[in-house]
Design a protein around this ligand. Structure first.
Ligand code: 5GP
Ligand code: ZN
Length: 291
C-alpha cells in the first residue's frame, strides 16, 4: 500500500529502530518512546487489521511476538510482557496495517499499562447469551483413527489455464506439516492433483492416509473407478484420446503405492477450516506469482 506508514517502514523508505526481521515480519521500536522497549510487530504483507488478515500471516505475527517477547525476558532483564492489538477506529487503531504492540514489563516498574476499565455492571450470564459464538462443526478428521495421517489438499487457478497454486496440510500425532507451491501456467485440475501428489510424497512408506479434497475430479477418479478403467484401456479415455494429465495421475499412483490411501470428498469454500486454510495458502501462491 503506497500510502501506508508501516509499508514504507518495511520498504526502508522511512527509518526505524529495528529489533528483529525475517521474511514475513518486522519488529521495531514504537516512535512514541513511552514505555521502555515498546515494540511493534508487523507482517510485511499489507493487511488492514486482524479483522481481515489471513490466518497464516496472523500466525507468523504472533510467533514473532513470542520470539521478541521471550528474548526481552530471557536476555534483556524483563520479567514479562503485554501483547496489545487495536482493531478499527473505535478501538483506537491509528495505523491501518496490522500491528501488535509488545510492552515489556519489570516486576516493580511502577507503570500502568493495562487499560483501567470501569465496571460495566452487566450480568455476565446475559452478556454471554448476547455474545456467544456458535461452535464450529467438528472437523471430519476428528473421526480419523490415530494411526492414520490426515491430508487436506486444495488447488486453485487464476484463469483456467492461468497462474496456479496448491497446498497440502498434513496432520499426524498432533503435529502439522504445511506444503505449498505454484506454477505460472497450469489448470485447476493439475493444481488439485499436485496438492495430493506433494502431500503423499511427503509421507513415509507403510502409512495409512486419509485424503480430504474438494475436487470431484481427484476423488471420483478413485472412488468411482475411473482410474481402474484408464489402466484397463492403457490410459485412453472413452473418446479414444490419451487421458488428460496422464503423467500426473501416474505420479500420483506411484506416490500412493507404498501407502494405504483413502479419498474423501469435502465441500469446498464452506465451514471446513482445513479446506479453507488450504484454499487460502493456494491463493497466496498465486499472488506470489502475480496472478
Ligand atoms: P495503534 O494506535 O494503531 O494501535 O498504534 C500505532 C502505533 O504506531 C502508535 O503507538 C504510534 O506511536 C506508532 N507509530 C506511528 N507512526 C510511526 C512511525 O513512523 N514509526 C514508528 N516507529 N512508530 C510509529
Ligand atoms: Zn501497510
Amino acid at each position: 500500500m503506497s500510502d501506508c506508514i508501516f509499508c514504507k517502514i518495511i520498504a526502508g523508505e522511512i527509518p526505524c529502530h529495528k529489533i528483529y526481521e525475517d521474511d514475513f515480519c518486522l519488529a521495531f521500536l514504537d516512535i512514541s518512546n513511552d514505555l521502555y522497549g515498546h515494540t511493534l510487530v508487523v507482517p510485511k504483507k499489507h493487511n488492514e487489521s486482524v479483522m481481515t488478515c489471513d490466518s497464516t500471516t496472523l500466525g507468523r505475527v504472533i510467533e514473532t511476538c513470542k520470539k521478541v517477547g521471550n528474548h526481552y525476558v530471557k536476555n534483556c532483564g524483563f520479567d514479562g510482557f503485554h501483547i496489545f492489538n487495536n482493531n478499527g477506529e473505535a478501538a483506537n487503531q491509528s495505523v491501518k496495517h496490522v500491528h501488535f504492540h509488545i510492552l515489556p514489563r519489570k516486576k516493580d516498574d511502577g507503570q500502568k499499562v493495562f487499560p483501567e476499565l470501569e465496571c460495566c455492571g452487566a450480568d455476565l450470564a446475559e452478556v454471554c447469551k448476547e455474545l456467544k459464538l456458535a461452535e464450529e462443526k467438528a472437523q471430519p478428521h476428528f473421526e480419523v483413527p490415530a494411526d492414520t495421517v490426515v491430508l487436506y489438499t486444495d488447488g486453485a487457478c487464476s484463469g483456467n489455464p492461468g497462474a496456479g497454486g496448491w497446498a497440502a496440510i498434513l496432520t499426524f500425532e498432533g503435529r502439522e506439516k504445511i506444503l505449498s507451491g505454484g506454477e505460472d501456467i497450469t489448470t485447476n485440475n493439475r493444481m488439485e492433483l499436485m496438492a495430493v501428489i506433494q502431500g503423499l510424497e511427503a509421507i513415509k512408506a507403510g502409512q495409512k492416509v486419509k485424503v480430504f479434497s474438494d475436487s470431484a475430479y481427484v476423488v471420483n477418479a478413485f472412488n468411482q473407478g475411473w482410474i481402474a478403467n484408464w489402466k484397463r484401456n492403457n490410459w485412453r479415455s472413452s473418446s479414444g484420446g490419451e487421458v488428460l494429465n496422464k503423467e500426473m495421475w501416474q505420479r500420483l499412483l506411484a506416490a500412493m503405492q507404498p501407502l494405504e490411501v483413502e479419498f474423501v470428498k469435502v465441500k469446498g469454500h464452506s465451514d471446513n477450516v482445513f479446506n479453507n486454510r488450504c484454499d487460502a495458502l493456494a491463493r497466496e501462491e498465486i499472488a506470489k506469482i502475480g496472478g
